[in-house]
Design a protein around this ligand. Structure first.
Ligand SMILES: Cc1ncc(COP(=O)(O)O)c(C=O)c1O
Length: 405
């Protein structure tokens, strides 16, 4: 197969990388298919099945013939359910006309940014970040401004760092909590300190990615930006989705709410791209949002137990420091003390990428290196897998670290 001539490809494509988390999951699958004993801890999706009431709603929708094109912004029933969700769970008043549905949360970020960015615009992305934010900003011709968050600050953005990053060219702050990849969350007071900074800079819009809202532990109370500071309502896009909370990653539904002119601009772009999200998945999502929510605490309890297990076992691994996050299903341990050590293969571990590669090679455990999320030397583990598998994976990590010289 001959390569395409460079001039044939879009210049924008040269600015971005394929998603590294998808790449790690694929590599783990390939190794498994080749007969290797591999534990994949790279994938960011719940291992639970979609609840039955949601599946039944989709089947009923198919039987009713809800299989045609839908309105670009989403079916009215889902937009109403989204508005009701924001009122019920976040105390936010949005009309259905202020809501928008897309094929996945990723497509919400993509559509919002592509509908608003121009060359020269800056997008603040706190690091470590979800891998797609900087690349989507780059596709939009904007400059991602990466702001490092520190382990000592619990991987939280500080008001000082935010203030320093803002310029007259800043168009968006992309804000995500519970965080992928660290699991970090913000208390109301911590959020307020950030919104106080944002109030002073009226040119900055906030895209808050609340995808993991329901996955918080130990009684942590989730708050979102526009709820904490109503004066930011007019320049906040509150984004969420069914993928993580309802174990619906393959259904591809994300949603958001914000000022109507922005929603209209996003609809214009979506009308010339994917047209709409899938009709059947939208009906399933109506049931997810309006139906019983009693499995959420059950998911939470299981994830909390796994988090505690993983944090405890990783902190017993030689040279690893693993903070205990409040949410999502990730941990982001530091391998600072292991840099410079030699693996049994003879290779020196010079970076978190080397650490992940040697761990996969030596012990068959697939994790994602911190550089993929913009902050080294760390790695991310997704604990959305069974306790038995997690125990085995952590034992292998302990053995691997114990064998480094
Ligand atoms: C922080 C964050 N936002 C958005 C998404 C995208 O979700 P979806 O699968 O609905 O596109 C993910 C998925 O991994 C995520 O981790």
């Amino acid at each position: 197969m001959s390569a395409l001539p460079k001039a044939f490809l879009a210049e924008s494509l040269g600015r971005i990388q394929p998603s590294p988390t998808i790449a790690v999951s694929q590599k783990a699958r390939d190794l498994k298919a080749a007969g290797r004993d591999v534990i994949g801890l790279g994938a960011g999706e719940p291992d639970f099945d979609t609840p039955d009431n949601i599946k039944e709603a989709a089947i009923a929708a198919i039987r009713r013939g809800e299989t045609k094109y839908t309105a670009v912004e989403g079916i009215p029933e889902l937009r109403k359910a989204v508005a009701a969700k924001f009122k019920r769970e976040n105390g936010l008043d949005y009309t259905p006309a202020q809501t928008f549905v897309a094929p996945g949360g990723k497509m919400i970020v993509y559509t919002a940014l592509l509908a608003t960015l121009n060359p020269g615009d800056e997008v603040i992305v706190p690091a470590p970040y979800w891998v797609s934010y900087p690349d989507i900003a780059l596709l939009g011709g904007a400059k991602p401004v990466i702001v490092d968050m520190k382990l000592e600050d619990g991987f939280r953005l500080t008001p000082q760092a935010l203030e320093r990053a803002i310029t007259p060219k800043t168009k968006w702050l992309i804000f995500n909590q519970p965080s992928n990849p660290t699991g970090a969350c913000y208390t109301r007071e911590q959020l307020k300190a950030l919104t106080d900074v944002l109030l002073r800079h009226p040119q900055v819009w906030i895209l808050t990615d609340d995808m993991y809202e329901h996955l918080v532990y130990g009684g942590f109370k989730f708050h979102t930006v526009a709820q904490v500071e109503p004066r930011l309502y007019e320049r906040t896009l509150t984004m969420n989705g069914v993928s993580k909370a309802y174990a619906m990653t393959g259904w591809r539904i994300g949603y958001c709410a914000g000022p109507e002119p922005l929603i209209k601009a996003m609809a214009k772009l979506q009308s010339q791209s994917v047209s709409s999200a899938s009709s059947v998945s939208q009906w399933a999502s109506v049931e997810a949002l309006n139906g019983p929510q009693d499995f959420i605490p059950k998911f939470q309890k299981i994830f909390e137990e796994r988090r505690d297990l993983v944090v405890s076992m990783l902190n017993q691994a030689h040279g690893i420091e693993c903070p205990k996050p409040e949410g999502a299903f990730y941990v982001y341990p530091s391998v600072r003390k292991l840099i410079g050590k030699k693996a049994p293969s003879g290779k020196t571990i010079a970076s978190d990428e080397d650490f992940a590669a040697e761990l996969l090679d030596g012990e068959g455990v697939a994790v994602v290196h911190g550089a993929a999320f913009g902050l080294s030397p760390f790695f991310r583990i997704s604990y959305a897998t069974s306790t038995e598998i997690l125990e085995e994976a952590c034992k292998r990590i302990q053995r691997f670290c114990g064998n480094l010289r």
